[in-house]
Structures are given as structure tokens and as C-alpha cells.
Ligand binder design. Structure first.
Ligand SMILES: Cc1cc2nc3c(=O)[nH]c(=O)nc-3n(C[C@H](O)[C@H](O)[C@H](O)COP(=O)(O)OP(=O)(O)OC[C@H]3O[C@@H](n4cnc5c(N)ncnc54)[C@H](O)[C@@H]3O)c2cc1C
Length: 495
């Protein structure tokens, strides 16, 4: 084992180029960085909705936001509109940002719940600035990070943009197909990649960004894949791009159908669409018809099929190989979490990067423990969207309602249903407000509220709730339209 100096990234999709950008920016002067990608092997070509943590990643890279947005035809995203999820024709929004004002001992939901019991409260979303703005198709940056947002972006353009960023910082790009991954017989570590032209690329640390193939982590090192399809029934997707329509909502739309759901992601130059479905409940032909029959604009291509197994590698770092992106596992895109997990893996890798020495097993173990904890929480959050529903209209939804969920999720659901309480765990991505919006939105109204809410009399509570609601509404109505804001702030050139 030698010092980590030569780092090789295998794959140039979103994961590969995000890795290249993060490593070249932070360690470009002290490591030799090479990225290998093949023009023959396409990237997955989807992954266009993000969550607010992407802003942190871009701050690390010191990117200019308007420049990045113009280069990737990006728009702003204030949340996800869940349509037909609680039941057919019943919608809600999971928005970024906070709802109402919390008391230290009890969250806003307890005051709101008392308000509901006394006929004083309206929709939970009426107390959230981002949610109201999204319903009005409005957006603006506000002082003190007063507007929480993420982006919709063109994944292909994003990889290209990060390539332009990384190469001048020292990342060497090699185009070609990896035909063999060679290991050191003494310790099983990866020693080099053999390319189709016979050349060898040697390295000390390899980052597997080869997508679903898992060329290094799975095919070479044999790290097993934990299959979570007993909880997540969807295993297929069809993706298609359509021409822009006049609407530019700052929202991802997630529209539930009989055996899955459809996404609609508005970009400046086009709309990304797709259907995620369970192949056991819907055949591919019906999926095709469902997607094509529910498009808002002209299709720009034939739909592309994608098969996947929901789950995660039992270790995402083994020996001298770290899997980042689809090679490490995949959870369906309902909450746009995959790009976030890429950036979390990169930050974690940077935090435990070996200091002037060889790899330490304790660093690898820490990395794997943190990664597993994080993904288990995200998995539970995603399962909650399917488990908590009043839909029983198809076999798919009946099977979802009957799921035996992991005990960690069972506890959360019971805690919220019985007392309205929600607690964020350590290393958990989704905070209290996300869980509350989704559990309420999917159909749980807590049976009780915290007694602290009874310290407010009815009059005081009505004043408290109305005050928040009217300031949210006034602010949202003063914002410019999302489309206007994009024009002024980050307008992209036509492609
Ligand atoms: C249906 C669907 C919808 C999604 N939606 C979202 C979303 O809205 N938000 C989100 O955050 N994420 C989403 N994701 C996940 C997101 O697409 C991925 O996390 C992201 O694109 C990263 O992919 P990747 O770089 O790991 O793999 P890929 O894009 O597949 O890239 C693999 C790379 O490896 C290279 N490669 C492979 N084999 C070889 C070889 N032998 N030699 C040389 N090079 C090789 C390829 O050329 C390519 O460059 C979605 C995924 C799916 C399936």
C-alpha cells in the first residue's frame, strides 16, 4: 500500500464530473487526477431535479450561480408537487423552507393542529413562504437566505460545465473504453485499468463512477448489492424530453398513476419527463402509453427505457475503490436525492482523505458507516410516500399500503399519528418540516398535539396563525414571476 497520489475516476456522468470538480478544486495541487469516460457508453441521461444542498456544493466550488444556471439551462425549484398521491385528485406540495414558527418545545405543527381542531387554521402550506410562491409561479432571492431553493438542470450540460471547470484545475481526461480492471494479487487492491487501445491507467485510489454497471466496485471487487425491492416496488423508468410549454413553475411535478408516477421537470429550453413504474404491476407497453398520453409538449425523442434495482452496495468503499453515483446504489428519484448523495459522498471522501500516507481501514469504515446511516434514512422517507396513502384503486397501491415497512419508519409514522411529533436523527437529510409535509400530505392528521399549544387561548392562536399566513401571502404576491426572474438573472442561450 502506498501513499494516495494518483486518483482515477472511472466514468464521466454527473457523478464522475462532480467528483472531478470537487477533487480538482480542493486537492488539485497535491494529487494527480485522471477521469476516464467512453463516448461509446452513454450516461444514464436523467437526473435533473435537485435539492437545496446543491448550493453548498457549488459554494465549495465557488461557482457563479447565474453562470452555472445559464450554462445548464437551469431553473429554480421550490419543492415538489405531489399530485394524486394521497388519493386520486388529492394533491400536496413538499416545499423547501420552513412552515410557520416553532416553539423550542414543540414544532409549529402542534399549534396548527390545535388550530385545525378549533376551526382556526387553513392548509398547512398556507404558512410556508416557498410553498405559496411556488403555487403562484413566483421566485426571487431574498436577504439572509430567506428563500430556500434548489435547481432543475440539464444533466448533460452540467457534466460538460463541470468538465470545463475541472480540466484547467489539473484533471486529465482520457476518452476510451475500460476493458479490464486489474488487481494486485497480493492484496486485491485495484492497480490499473486496461483501455481498449491496450494502454494502462495506474492509480492509488479509484473512484467508481461507471453507473449501474459498477465496473470496479461490483464486477471487480464483488461488493454485494442489498436489494430493497420488498419496500420499493418500482423498478423501471421511461424518460422522454419534450418541447417547452409556456408554463415555468418553480416546482418538480410528481404525478401518481395506477402503478407508479410521472415526473415533469421544467428547464429553460425543454421539459424533462419520465414515468417510474413497477414492472410487476404495469407492462412496458402500458407504461409507454401512460407516459406518452400525459405529456404537455411535443416529444423531442423516443422514450428511453431504464431498469433498476432499488438498493445500496453493502459497502460503498472497499479496499482502494470508492463507489459514487449509481455504482453505489439507487433509490428512485421521487425526492431528487441521488445527486445529493453524490455530493455527500464527495464531501465525506474529502473529510477522510488520507493525510500523507496510505489508506487507513478506520477511515474506510467511518465512510461506510456514515454513508449507510444516511441512505437508510432517505430510504425510509421514500417508502413513506407509498405506504401512507388512501389510494386503494389499483393492485399497485393496495400492495404499497400493505407493505411491512422497516421498524425505523413504523416508529416515525406511529409517533406522528399519535402525537404529531417528529424528530430529525443524526446524519439525516430530511428535517422535521419535510417529514411533516409528506406525512400530512399523504393523509395522516395527528390525533393529538403538544400541551404547550394550550398555553395559547383561541384568540391568541387565531392571531398567531393569521399573522403568519398573511405575511407569507403578502410576501409571495410581491415576488416577480419565476420566468421573468430567470430572464433577468440567468437567461441561457438557445442551443
Ligand atoms: C429514472 C431516473 C431518474 C432520475 N432522476 C434524478 C433526479 O431527478 N435527481 C437526482 O438527483 N438524481 C436522479 N437520478 C439519478 C441520477 O441520474 C444519477 O445519480 C446521476 O446521473 C449519476 O449517474 P452516474 O454518473 O453515476 O452514472 P452514468 O450517468 O451512467 O455515467 C456512467 C459513466 O461511466 C462511463 N463508463 C461506463 N462503463 C465504462 C467503460 N467500460 N469504460 C469507460 N467508461 C465507462 C460512461 O461512459 C459514463 O460516462 C435519476 C436516475 C434515474 C434512473
Amino acid at each position: 500500500m502506498q501513499n494516495v497520489r494518483r486518483v482515477v475516476i472511472a466514468g464521466g456522468g454527473t457523478a464522475g464530473w462532480m467528483a472531478a470538480a470537487a477533487l480538482s478544486k480542493t486537492l488539485g495541487k497535491v494529487i494527480d487526477l485522471t477521469l476516464v469516460e467512453s463516448d461509446e457508453i452513454a450516461t444514464v441521461g436523467v437526473g435533473e431535479a435537485t435539492i437545496p444542498t446543491m448550493i453548498t456544493f457549488h459554494n465549495l466550488l465557488e461557482l457563479s450561480e447565474p453562470e452555472f444556471m445559464a450554462a445548464t439551462q437551469a431553473t429554480f425549484k421550490l419543492g415538489i408537487s405531489f399530485e394524486n398521491w394521497r388519493d386520486v385528485n388529492q394533491d400536496y406540495i413538499h416545499s423547501f423552507g420552513t412552515t410557520g414558527t416553532d416553539h423550542w418545545s414543540a414544532g409549529f405543527q402542534h399549534f396548527w393542529r390545535k388550530g385545525v381542531a378549533h376551526g382556526l387554521a387553513s392548509d398547512y402550506g398556507d404558512y410556508c413562504r416557498e410553498l405559496k410562491a411556488s403555487l403562484l409561479d413566483r421566485f426571487a432571492h431574498l436577504p439572509d437566505n430567506g428563500m430556500n431553493y434548489a435547481y432543475h438542470l440539464d444533466a448533460g450540460l452540467y457534466a460538460r460545465y463541470l468538465r470545463k471547470f475541472s480540466e484547467p484545475l489539473g484533471c486529465k481526461r482520457i476518452e476510451g473504453k475500460i476493458v479490464q480492471v486489474n488487481t494486485n494479487p497480493a492484496n486485491g487492491y485495484i492497480s490499473s485499468l486496461t483501455m481498449a487501445d491496450g494502454s494502462q491507467i495506474e492509480g492509488d485510489l479509484f473512484i467508481d463512477c461507471s453507473g449501474f454497471r459498477g465496473l470496479l466496485i461490483g464486477q471487480t471487487l464483488g461488493v454485494e448489492y442489498e436489494d430493497w425491492s420488498q419496500w420499493l416496488l418500482c423498478d423501471s423508468a421511461l424518460a422522454v424530453q419534450t418541447a417547452s410549454t409556456s408554463a415555468l413553475p418553480p416546482l418538480t411535478r410528481a404525478i401518481a398513476h395506477g402503478s407508479g408516477w410521472q415526473w415533469r421537470i421544467p428547464l429553460q429550453h425543454r421539459v424533462g419527463n419520465g414515468l417510474v413504474y413497477s414492472s410487476k404491476h404495469m407492462d412496458d407497453e402500458t407504461a409507454h402509453q401512460t407516459l406518452m398520453g400525459n405529456l404537455a409538449g411535443e416529444p423531442l425523442m423516443n422514450p428511453r427505457p431504464i431498469r433498476f434495482t432499488p438498493g445500496q452496495r453493502v459497502q460503498t468503499w472497499r479496499k482502494n475503490c470508492v463507489a459514487i453515483g449509481l455504482s453505489s446504489g439507487f433509490l428512485e428519484p421521487i425526492e431528487s436525492t441521488s445527486i445529493h448523495m453524490i455530493q455527500r459522498s464527495l464531501i465525506r471522501l474529502l473529510q477522510v482523505f488520507p493525510a500523507n500516507g496510505p489508506l487507513c481501514q478506520s477511515d474506510i469504515d467511518e465512510f461506510n458507516t456514515q454513508a449507510a446511516t444516511e441512505v437508510h434514512h432517505i430510504r425510509d422517507f421514500i417508502i413513506a410516500h407509498y405506504k401512507i396513502t388512501n389510494r386503494r384503486d389499483t393492485q399497485f397501491w393496495r400492495d404499497c399500503a400493505a407493505l411491512e415497512v422497516p421498524p425505523s419508519l413504523r416508529h416515525r409514522i406511529d409517533l406522528f399519528r399519535e402525537s404529531g411529533k417528529v424528530f430529525k436523527a443524526a446524519h439525516e437529510l430530511f428535517a422535521e418540516n419535510s417529514w411533516i409535509q409528506v406525512m400530512l400530505g399523504q393523509g395522516i392528521l395527528p390525533e393529538r398535539y403538544h400541551p404547550i399549544a394550550d398555553r395559547m387561548g383561541e384568540q391568541e392562536l387565531a392571531y398567531f396563525l393569521n399573522n403568519i399566513k398573511s405575511s407569507v401571502s403578502t410576501l409571495a404576491n410581491q415576488l416577480p414571476s419565476h420566468a421573468e426572474y430567470i430572464q433577468r438573472y440567468c437567461r441561457a442561450q438557445p442551443l
